[in-house]
Design a protein around this ligand. Structure first.
Ligand SMILES: [Zn+2]
Length: 269
């Protein structure tokens, strides 16, 4: 089977040097395997996403020479598109119905504050205690949670080796849709990887903790999980992850300052 991976930027900011490193991994792994790259826009979070980032990101990608084989690109960005999450609510709804028919989701009326009050923070993540698992609450108007099966998830990361994760103790039954009807990252990501035929997920090590729970979703949706490769992140001189929150310079700003693409690519280890 031909390798198909993806580049999936969120529309919450401009590309920065961390993205250049990441794109180098994605395109590098695809090319090394004779595979292809899908570009999709992760704008499931309607409160934080801004559509104007999309053309800016696409222009930066094209300038840097990272051209996707499928999905959205600078020359092809139709509205609507199956490669833009904000256009795909109906599809996520169908996937949720599938899980609901199997009894694998439930409505939860707890606020974040209530969950916090009941639980200690575990490893930096808030764990949901399943308080509503047997209440049979309606899905609409409540948080929709995935009923995690018990037990650990084992997988082999192509870069980081054998891993064992326990989503049950990390986060508990996690949310697929919030009470306002907004889809979550975990759910959109898995639904999209399935329908886009992704068989290799290449992403930063900051997402590693999500992998076990995403594998659980693949299994619940009756689909084989892809292979995973989590790569180290670009850090600043103090060892912190580069991100727009730290105001690391955007690619767009560097480009406007007249820095050649080749010079930026050369900065990446
Ligand atoms: Zn609850």
């Amino acid at each position: 089977m031909k390798t198909r991976t993806r580049f999936a930027p969120s529309l919450t900011g401009y590309l920065h040097l961390g993205h250049v490193l990441h794109m180098g991994w994605v395109w590098g792994e695809a090319r090394a395997r004779g595979g292809e790259v899908v570009c999709r826009m992760e704008d499931h979070d309607l409160s934080r996403s801004r559509p104007e980032y999309e053309p800016a990101i696409l222009a930066d990608m094209e300038w840097l020479g990272f051209v996707p084989d499928l999905g959205i690109s600078a020359g092809h960005a139709p509205h609507p598109s199956p490669y833009r999450q904000s256009d795909c609510g109906a599809f996520y709804g169908e996937a949720l119905d599938f899980l609901a028919e199997k009894g694998l989701v439930y409505g939860c009326e707890c606020s974040r504050k209530q969950i916090q009050a009941r639980q200690a923070w575990a490893g930096g993540e808030l764990r949901y205690d399943g308080a509503c698992a047997k209440k049979n609450l309606p899905l609409v108007g409540n948080t929709v949670r995935f009923r995690l099966p018990p037990g650990a998830v084992e997988f082999r990361d192509l870069e980081m080796g054998d891993r064992i994760q326990s989503p049950e103790s990390q986060c508990g039954d996690f949310s697929l849709r919030d009470r306002d009807g907004q889809w979550t990252y975990q759910f959109c990501c898995v639904c999209d990887d399935i329908r886009h035929g992704i068989n290799l997920v290449v992403r930063g090590a900051d997402i590693l903790a999500s992998t076990g729970r995403q594998i659980r979703l693949f299994q619940a949706l009756e689909h084989a999980p892809p292979d995973y490769l989590h790569h180290a992140l670009l850090t600043d001189s103090k060892g912190r992850k580069l991100s727009k929150r730290q105001r690391s310079e955007s690619i767009a700003a560097l480009r406007e300052a007249g820095i050649p693409a080749g010079e930026l690519l050369a900065k990446i280890p």
